[in-house]
Ligand binder design. Structure first.
Ligand SMILES: Nc1ncnc2c1ncn2[C@@H]1O[C@H](COP(=O)(O)OP(=O)(O)OP(=O)(O)O)[C@@H](O)[C@H]1O
Length: 656
């Protein structure tokens, strides 16, 4: 899961096919997620978990969980729940009977004391009673344990199925959430929250089904028996004990909750720091900052330790208080029973039965305390996980939205008066209008931060413009199915990141139904096939986490081949050849123009030499198109920004 989340953190273009995102923006995003995740600021700005967290109440979590334990479409699981509940009732009924057997045994022993049993005449009532009582005691105890174990075995599948389904749903939902969420989250904290949340499910499920309900049943049974068999005082002491025990437990547990929250936060911080630091392994080495990193890590671990100590100390206090309440009640009922025996109203067997019944409550009560404590903690853990499920993606297809009808002949892209800002009142695109005609190669150039990648994000519908329209193949992308839009566009990002798998898997990622020939063909087009064949494991070579075992140029070529495998009518290259040497770049550009033949291609480039053959070049400045034309028309105007950039790059090339 962690690996997948890490991979996800670099995903820039989602949909069915992923092309990956740069580390630079990741680090920036990690910081903002930290604020968001821990509620330190602008939580309402985006899809922050903090705000979502508040919306998810404990009842809502329990309600959601019920649907996993009692799933409409899984009758087999429902049967298991029913059988498990049956076993539970049987175990409790048997359990409550044990003190009775004890009582009869003691009374029998009392009356038979001094009268030796005649074993040579087994038909005597005394022998039969003695043997039956001892056997019944053994059988009842064994049956209670058997029913409990069977119940656990039968219910285990229900719990595991629920955990798997919830984990899968959260994972899928994470992929469905929009880019704003992924730009704001922090991987370490998120993966820890999911780990803790799924672990909590098992606990909460078992606790509610097997502890809370049965304890109430057991308390009711024991109190009724005490009331009818021994009198109202016994039932009253028992109920007062249970009342004060529960009140004390709930009160202290609520007070302790903050320590658990501090522990979770410190654990998240430690996870984040460890992941961030290990991701930046090389940077740490470049600056000899191992000790600095370890010191920061230790600082958060210390916070964890402090919170953990407070949790343990307060737990000891809780345990002691619970025991004191229970022991007082036990002493109370025993004292009452002794008085009754002396007055001749009760037998010694009754005293043992009362002791047995009240003592038997100690187990579920003790559990009730633990359960309440753990359920609260688990609910806190699960809150974050379920809050993810409650988040709505800002980008969704409208109900019944038609699929995009796009062919290479109509694959045009139009921006009509588009205004877009990431942050309020800081426009990135300012009433931007342009057209990318179908089947043409169009280039966007402009200074760093002028909004080139943002244009692609809007085209891919990662964000929605605040004003204006984006049309693909003449259709407003807001009104069409998002998946079909993304299927129509292949993107080669600036800084691709690969899955920690074989090179073949990474190429297949463009289209899992593509044949091996097609994959090899695409890799040849990206000038990659021959290099791969020279590697000892060829296409089965593992690329390492995020593709770290490949060079920047190799990764870029994998990304190009993968986009070719996807075979979409619109191709986008975001600085796609920036890590290549000039000879390889030249070869790839030729291959790309072959691959893009008859398709619409959009290139973002800083090196103008890569776009001289573009049919149309848009020059961006301050979120607007300031110049349009092809290379020759733009250089022909010596006062144009393009001509200036062209001459500057020429000068630099000559200097080199
Ligand atoms: N998620 C975001 N939240 C806030 N601001 C953002 C976000 N993403 C990008 N920006 C800002 O928007 C501006 C345009 O970014 P964009 O990535 O589109 O530029 P670019 O032209 O592609 O730059 P470069 O050539 O350096 O890649 C930048 O100033 C950037 O800092």
């Amino acid at each position: 899961m962690i690996r997948c989340l890490l991979q996800l953190s670099r995903t820039k273009f989602t949909g069915k096919h992923f092309v990956l995102h740069s580390d630079r923006s990741l680090i920036k995003n990690y910081k903002s997620f930290y604020r968001l995740f821990h509620g330190l600021g602008h939580g309402s700005e985006a899809n922050g978990l903090t705000s979502a967290n508040n919306k998810v109440g404990s009842w809502s979590i329990i309600k959601q969980m019920t649907s996993y334990v009692w799933p409409k479409d899984k009758p087999e699981l429902k049967k298991r729940v029913v059988v498990a509940l049956g076993l539970l009732v049987a175990a409790k009924a048997v359990n409550v009977s044990v003190p009775f057997i004890f009582k009869y045994l003691i009374d029998f022993l009392n009356t038979s004391q001094g009268t030796p049993l005649n074993f040579s005449d087994p038909a005597t009532t005394a022998i039969t009673s003695a043997i039956s009582l001892v056997v019944a005691y053994g059988v009842f105890r064994a049956s209670a344990s058997l029913f409990n174990e069977l119940r656990n075995a039968v219910f285990a599948k229900v719990a595991h199925d629920s955990i798997r389904t919830v984990a899968r749903n959260v994972f899928l939902h994470l992929h469905k959430l929009d880019l704003s969420f992924h730009l704001s989250r922090q991987t370490g904290a998120l993966s820890k929250a999911i780990d803790r949340g799924t672990r909590g499910i098992n606990f909460v499920l078992s606790a509610i089904v097997f502890n809370v309900a049965p304890t109430i049943l057991e308390v009711a049974l024991a109190s009724s028996i005490l009331y009818y068999k021994c009198g109202p005082q016994f039932a009253a002491i028992t109920l007062i004990c249970i009342g004060s025990y529960s009140a004390f437990t709930f009160g202290v547990t609520s007070w302790r909750t903050k320590f658990r929250l501090q522990m979770n936060k410190a654990e998240n911080d430690a996870g984040n720091h460890a992941i961030d630091s290990l991701i930046n392994y090389e940077t740490v080495k470049y600056f000899n900052n191992e000790q600095h990193e370890a010191a920061l890590y230790e600082k958060v671990l210390k916070k964890y330790e402090e919170a953990s100590l407070k949790t343990s100390t307060s737990l000891a206090m809780l345990n002691f208080g619970q025991n004191a309440i229970f022991s007082s009640a036990l002493a109370g009922v025993m004292g009452l029973a002794v008085v009754q025996i002396i007055n001749g109203n009760m037998t010694v067997g009754d005293l043992v039965m009362v002791n047995g019944l009240v003592f038997q409550l100690s187990m579920p009560l003790n559990f009730l305390g633990t359960v309440y404590r753990e359920v609260r903690q688990s609910l806190i853990d699960m809150k974050t996980m379920f809050s993810i499920l409650s988040l709505k993606s800002a980008i969704q297809s409208k109900p019944g939205a038609p699929f995009l009808k796009v062919t290479p002949e109509n694959a045009s892209v139009v921006f009509d008066n588009v205004y877009f800002e990431y942050v309020k009142n800081q426009p990135i695109l300012n009433n931007l209008s342009f057209e990318v005609p179908a089947g043409k190669k169009v280039a966007f150039i402009g200074g760093s931060g002028s909004g080139k990648t943002t244009i692609i994000r809007l085209m891919y519908r990662f964000f929605e413009p605040q004003q204006g329209k984006v049309l693909v193949a003449g259709q407003d992308i807001k009104d069409i199915d998002v998946d079909s839009l993304r299927q129509a566009i292949s993107v080669v990002p600036q800084d691709p990141v690969l899955f920690n798998n074989t090179i073949e898997y990474n190429l297949q990622y463009g289209n899992f139904s593509a044949s091996q020939e097609r994959i090899h063909e695409a890799s040849s087009m990206a000038e990659l096939h021959d290099s791969i064949q020279r590697w000892p494991k060829a296409y089965q070579t593992q690329v390492g986490e995020r593709g770290l075992k490949l060079s920047g140029g190799e990764k870029q070529r994998v990304a190009i081949a993968r986009a070719i495998v996807k075979n979409s009518p619109i191709l986008i290259f975001d600085e796609a050849t920036s890590s290549l040497d000039s000879i390889t770049e030249h070869k790839i550009l030729k291959a790309l123009s072959r691959a893009a033949h008859g398709r619409t291609s959009i290139c973002i480039a800083h090196r103008l030499s890569t776009v001289v053959d573009a049919d149309l070049i848009y020059v961006l400045q301050d979120g607007r198109v300031v110049e349009t034309g092809n290379h020759s028309s733009l250089v022909a105007n010596p006062s144009s920004l393009y001509a200036l950039l062209w001459s500057k790059q020429h000068e630099t090339n000559h200097m080199l």
